[in-house]
Structures are given as structure tokens and as C-alpha cells.
Design a binder for this molecule. Structure first.
Ligand SMILES: Cc1cc2nc3c(=O)[nH]c(=O)nc-3n(C[C@H](O)[C@H](O)[C@H](O)COP(=O)(O)OP(=O)(O)OC[C@H]3O[C@@H](n4cnc5c(N)ncnc54)[C@H](O)[C@@H]3O)c2cc1C
Length: 396
């Protein structure tokens, strides 16, 4: 596939005045140079690629604060795994690792599963909205599109098998102005083409009957019936327990720190509990997957971590929210980047509001801020004006 290198370099020159350049190496676009701050690093990435780009991009642009960042120290060291040679070494015990472990154990694989934290689901997999996305904003032909659709369909069966609560609530995108309603009908062929069946246009009455908390100024909406909600850590823990019951060896407090690689093959994997020699390595390390890929000398993508703050409201807020919804087309929703979400009715009967989306160089920045909570409420009140910060029982 052709990478428009000249065009990208022109755009980078305009923004960075020659301090950042793009080159193509091993078929991958690589950005090098220095930016004024982390936002500059992210801007370079955005100039070089978009979610629609078909090429891989590695962003090696540095910024003044980069040198001060300290990696989290590894947990205590011992040799308890030294000499192990499992069929598969699986790195990371979030929802992705847990799903992979469960599937592998159905095939009786000798699995060593390592997680650097003291429990499963301590990173993004315990700190999200629990929305099972229908794939409204995905691009046909991408891997994300393919797997989102496949995964969405599997949720009912997997959750039933594990006894994990899951509700296919549907998701409403609500719009201002009665004039929008006929236009929404024109979008229906697009959703069908995207593979989303059963999408419906709702008028004023139907929308407010379905979701009584929706702002009266929102007159119509689209219903995506494939959307659902699940408890993200509940699902991860259930899949992990299932894998362990079926023979997976899960080693917690175990951090992968390096690899020996020869001719493109991983010969050994170093951890704080000794060196192991697996036949296959599976990388499910979340936002750290690029670091693991780098250890395996297979660095072909970069991750710009992005955090968001969510608030959980008291159950009395439930009268406003039965499903998942958000208001579209207001100034508050026209943000540069988003993590999706909105106003979500959780499987426990609470209401979850958020998240916002903040670029951060830190992959383990779990901090929250009052500004984020306020910004989230301000945005979501365009859809549900009765949302009150005083109903918050916790935030994360
Ligand atoms: C605010 C927010 C809201 C979101 N809402 C939704 C939503 O509603 N729906 C949705 O589908 N997605 C949502 N997401 C995204 C979703 O949370 C993630 O895509 C998902 O949790 C990623 O799971 P994972 O298993 O790939 O990664 P993680 O959960 O991050 O797990 C990776 C694990 O790898 C471990 N690890 C990393 N490096 C090493 C190493 N060197 N050695 C050993 N272990 C290592 C980490 O400790 C971690 O436990 C949201 C994300 C955020 C931040």
C-alpha cells in the first residue's frame, strides 16, 4: 500500500518547521524528531495517520518531559518460573488476555499466563463504561470493524455460559430539531451497508417514551439495538477463573521485562520470576502491547494513551436512564477526540456518566479530576438536563 510520504512531510513541516520528519522503514511510517510537549507528539501522530489510514505508524518523536518519566518498578524478584517451557506464554490479564486464556484452555494448551499486577483486571478492563459497542463509528474493512462485530454477537452466549449479567439494552443517539428526523431515514441504508441490522428512527414520542430523561429539545433519535452493557471486571474475573479452573497457570506479580530474539524468533522471555522459553508468545498487554512488540523487535505501531473520568450515580438516577444514550450535534459533543460512552445504565442498576478523553503520556495514570467530572456532566446534560453531580456515589 502506498504511504503518501511527501504529503505527510509537508504537513509536518508546516506544523513543526522541520523539527519532525517522517520516513518509511520496513513498510512502516516512522516519525522522528522533537516536539515542544506531549500534545505536539500526539499532533505529529494525527498528521501522519487517521483511523482510516491503512498504513502502520510508529511515533518516535520525543519531547522535553520524556526523560523524566520513570517506569514503574517491577514487583519482587525470584526464580519460580525459571526454566519453564510452556506451549504458550500469554502476557496480560485484562479482558483480552482472559478471553484468550479461556479459549486456549478449551483446547488443553499448556499455558503460562503472566500479569504484572497483583490481580486480574486492574488496568483498563476494570475502569471503563462496560458498553458492548455496536460499531457505529467503525470503518468497514478494518480489523477493529471485523472483530467488534464478531465480539458483539458472541456476548450473549459467553455471558450466559459464565453466569455474568449482560443486557442488550440498545443505544440511542439523540438529535436536536424535528427537521432532523427525515434526514435520519436517509442514513438507514448506510447502517445496513455497515452491517448493523434493525437500526430504527424514533420520533419525539417514541424517543421520550423509551428514555424519559432525554432533554425535550432532542426531538428524534436513532436506536442501535445491538448495543449492550456488561460489568467489565465481572466478565474479566469470570473468564480468568474459568481458565484457571481448566488448568491455566496464572502467575501474578509477574512482569515481562525483555526478550532474546534471533532471526525474528523469540528464543526466551525474561520476567522478574526467571527466564521462560515458550513456543508461542501472545501479547495481550493493553496499552503496553507496543512495549512488548518492541521487546520482540516487531514494533510497527504506537499507542497514544488516553484517559477518561467516569462517575457512577446513585440508583435513584435510574429513573432518567434505562439504556445507553447521548445527544448529538450540540457544541458540547463536537470534541476533537472522544472515548465514546455517554449516559449508561449499568448492570447493577446505577447510572454511569462519562468518560471525557484526555491525552496523556502516562500509561498508568489512573488519576481523576474535578474538571473532568464537570466537563463530562456539562457535555451529558445536553442530553439529560436532570443529571446532578450531587447524585455521584463514586468516580474513577
Ligand atoms: C475510560 C474508559 C472507558 C472505556 N469504555 C469502554 C466501553 O464502554 N466499551 C469498550 O468496549 N471499551 C471501553 N474502553 C476500552 C477498554 O477498557 C479496553 O479496550 C480494554 O479494557 C482493554 O483490555 P486489555 O485486556 O486489552 O488491556 P488491559 O485491561 O489494560 O490489560 C492489559 C494487562 O497487561 C498487563 N501488562 C502490561 N504490561 C505487562 C508486562 N510487561 N508484563 C506483564 N503484564 C503486563 C497490565 O498490567 C494489564 O493488566 C474504555 C476505556 C477507558 C479508558
Amino acid at each position: 500500500m502506498r504511504i503518501p510520504l511527501k504529503k505527510i512531510n509537508r504537513a509536518l513541516k508546516k506544523r513543526f518547521g522541520g523539527r519532525v520528519q517522517a520516513v518509511v522503514e520496513r513498510g512502516v511510517l516512522v516519525l522522528r524528531g522533537s516536539a515542544e510537549d506531549w500534545d505536539g507528539v500526539v499532533a505529529a501522530g494525527r498528521l501522519a495517520a487517521s483511523p482510516k489510514s491503512r498504513w502502520y505508524t510508529v511515533n518516535e518523536v520525543t519531547w522535553p518531559g520524556a526523560a523524566q518519566r520513570q517506569p514503574k518498578p517491577v514487583p519482587q524478584t525470584d526464580e519460580s518460573l525459571a526454566g519453564r517451557a510452556p506451549d504458550v506464554l500469554l502476557i496480560g490479564a485484562g479482558v483480552t488476555g482472559a478471553a484468550i486464556a479461556r479459549e486456549l484452555m478449551r483446547r488443553n494448551v499448556d499455558l503460562l499466563w503472566v500479569e504484572k499486577e497483583h490481580d486480574v483486571a486492574l488496568h483498563a478492563s476494570s475502569r471503563n463504561d462496560g458498553m458492548v459497542h455496536p460499531g457505529v463509528d467503525l470503518h468497514k474493512g478494518t480489523a477493529k470493524y471485523h472483530y467488534n462485530r464478531l465480539g458483539n454477537r458472541m456476548y450473549g452466549g459467553v455471558c450466559a455460559a459464565l453466569g455474568v449479567p449482560f443486557r442488550r439494552t440498545g443505544q440511542y443517539l439523540c438529535f436536536k430539531g424535528r427537521a432532523m428526523r427525515p434526514l435520519l431515514y436517509f442514513t438507514l441504508p448506510y447502517w445496513k451497508w455497515l452491517g448493523l441490522s434493525g437500526v430504527r428512527v424514533l420520533g419525539d414520542k417514541a424517543l421520550h417514551a423509551a428514555e424519559p430523561g432525554v432533554d425535550e429539545a432532542l426531538h428524534c433519535g436513532l436506536l442501535f439495538p445491538q448495543a449492550g452493557i456488561v460489568c467489565p471486571y465481572g466478565l474479566t474475573i469470570a473468564m480468568a477463573e474459568n481458565a484457571v479452573q481448566n488448568g491455566a497457570h496464572l502467575s501474578l506479580d509477574t512482569c515481562v521485562t525483555g526478550m532474546d530474539v534471533e532471526n525474528g524468533r523469540i528464543l526466551a522471555v525474561h520476567t522478574n520470576r526467571g527466564t521462560v522459553r515458550p513456543r508461542i508468545v501472545i501479547n495481550a498487554a493493553g496499552v503496553f502491547c507496543e512495549d512488548i512488540a518492541q521487546m520482540a523487535q516487531d514494533h510497527f505501531f504506537s499507542i497514544h494513551p488516553r484517559k477518561g473520568t467516569n462517575a457512577i450515580l446513585d440508583k435513584k438516577a435510574k429513573r432518567m436512564v434505562r439504556t445507553i444514550y447521548s445527544g448529538m450535534g450540540t457544541t458540547a459533543t463536537k470534541t476533537v477526540h472522544s472515548k465514546g460512552g455517554g449516559i449508561v445504565s449499568t448492570v447493577d442498576g446505577n447510572v454511569l456518566v462519562g468518560p471525557d478523553a484526555v491525552e496523556t503520556p502516562e500509561k498508568e495514570d489512573f488519576s481523576t479530576s474535578v474538571q473532568s467530572v464537570r466537563a463530562t456532566f456539562e457535555k451529558q446534560r445536553h442530553a439529560a438536563p436532570a443529571l446532578r453531580e450531587s447524585d455521584i456515589i463514586t468516580y474513577f
